[in-house]
Design a protein around this ligand. Structure first.
Ligand SMILES: NC(=O)c1ccc[n+]([C@@H]2O[C@H](COP(=O)([O-])OP(=O)(O)OC[C@H]3O[C@@H](n4cnc5c(N)ncnc54)[C@H](OP(=O)(O)O)[C@@H]3O)[C@@H](O)[C@H]2O)c1
Ligand code: SF4
Ligand code: SF4
Length: 371
């Protein structure tokens, strides 16, 4: 696979398809095989974390036998996502301890990138970047030669992210969620790219939802010259000059092959790219006037995660991804939409004046398994 500059800050080069390590097969031998298949096909950048179960250990095994030298290895940790010990805190000392854990689990002497993991509020950004915070722990590891570069991964509001970027001169790469179903981070990717950060996209297939059945998306893929909806979704990302690489959550050989084939096919033709952009814009939550996920309706008197249920309905009704929406709905813990008592409490607070209780009935009727 062709390599491109990984932003200006890191001085590295990267292939446009990269390895996401959150959904590797349970079986270690199978995981090693799928990782090596990806590296043999030219994927270079690896995204893993202490927080992805045994992922680091599986990469440690896969990178033996000369594979370590072929990759850019990246891991990450933050105490607000995963406490390894009960007194874990956002301090430099604690971060250094967790980096040493990652080195052991990956069985390597040095990690190419260690990232501040999952900033999702200004308070967490401050906890990471204040003197003595987690970023200082990464800096100490860099000065000791344990880590080469750093960056940040985030699930924050785009406006917050845009406010952080000017002070992030330390951040060599930025990892954000971005896909056809959610383009809200487009301005952040553009600004990060302008500043010279390497830009990485996670959830390129919306965690697998864009691999589900949708007649409308299948038509669009055909008309745009893509082999399938996943191929369309990945090549649409590659058409965006602000994105350096996407990390595909590889779980099986065909995931690797699809990610590599899309990268090799490259960006969509300009007319097809414009067409997909127009399609996505017309279906955005703002354009269709649906739930924005603002959360003002919370808390539900029965404990239902209303914005989560509304998101599943949006994907089903607007994008035609009914099966994927139902499957994801059923992975939500209880209580789910069938617990709604019609109390009306949420509707009085909804910023879009949505008939939430009717929507809960729709979700319960369509997504709960029939008894
Ligand atoms: N920093 C963070 O906070 C954070 C958060 C989330 C994720 N991540 C990283 O981002 C990576 C990517 O996110 P993701 O795992 O959600 O990625 P994704 O590629 O959007 O979704 C992965 C799922 O999509 C399906 N899939 C993947 N490639 C396919 C292909 N070519 N054709 C058809 N289906 C395909 C598979 O689902 P099935 O197995 O169901 O077929 C796979 O499990 C993660 O692995 C992780 O490394 C980071
Ligand atoms: S109407 Fe249903 S969803 Fe809304 S607060 Fe009441 S129980 Fe919860
Ligand atoms: S208040 Fe309305 S728009 Fe906001 S999350 Fe709740 S249902 Fe969605």
């Amino acid at each position: 696979m062709k390599l491109i500059d990984f932003g200006r800050r890191s001085g590295l080069r990267v292939a446009r398809a990269s390895i996401g390590g959150m959904r590797l097969p349970e079986d270690h031998d199978q995981a090693v095989a799928v990782i090596r298949r990806a590296i043999d096909a030219g994927m270079r950048y690896i995204d893993t974390s202490r927080g992805y179960g045994e992922s680091e250990v599986k990469f440690g095994k896969a990178l033996k036998g000369g594979y370590r030298e072929k990759v850019i290895l990246s891991s990450k940790w933050s105490p607000w996502i995963q406490k390894v010990e009960p007194d874990d805190a956002p301090t430099a000392d604690c971060m250094l301890k967790r980096i040493e854990d990652s080195l052991r689990r990956l069985d390597v002497d040095c990690i190419d990138f260690y990232q501040v993991w999952n900033v999702h509020s200004p308070e967490l950004f401050e906890a990471a970047t204040r003197p003595g915070g987690t970023l200082d722990g990464i800096r100490r590891a860099m000065s000791e030669g344990l880590v080469r570069h750093t960056g940040m991964t985030a699930h924050d509001k785009p406006a917050n992210l845009l406010a952080y970027l000017p002070s992030c001169d330390w951040c060599e790469v930025l990892l954000l969620s971005y896909n056809l179903l959610d383009t809200s981070c487009a301005p952040v990717l553009a600004e990060a790219h302008r500043l010279g950060m390497g830009t990485i996209v996670m959830n390129p297939l919306a965690g697998g939802r864009l691999a589900g059945t949708s007649p409308e998306l299948e038509n669009l893929a055909r008309e745009c010259g893509a082999k399938s909806v996943p191929d369309l979704a990945l090549r649409w990302l590659l058409s965006n000059p602000d994105i350096d690489t996407y990390i595909s959550g590889i779980n099986k050989p065909s995931d690797v092959d699809g990610a590599v084939a899309a990268a090799e096919a490259g960006p969509l033709a300009p007319e097809a790219y414009a067409r997909v952009n127009a399609f996505a814009a017309a279906k955005s939550r703002t354009a269709v006037g649906y739930c924005t996920g603002c959360g003002y309706c919370k808390p539900c008197t029965q404990g239902i995660d209303i914005p989560e249920v509304m998101t599943r309905i949006y994907e089903d009704r607007v994008w035609g991804l009914k099966d994927a929406a139902a499957a994801r709905y059923r992975r939500m813990g209880k209580p789910r939409a069938d617990a709604c008592t019609d109390c009306g409490n949420c509707e009085a607070k909804c910023t879009r004046s949505l008939k939430i209780s009717d929507e809960m009935k729709y979700a319960a009727g369509n997504y709960e398994l029939k008894k």
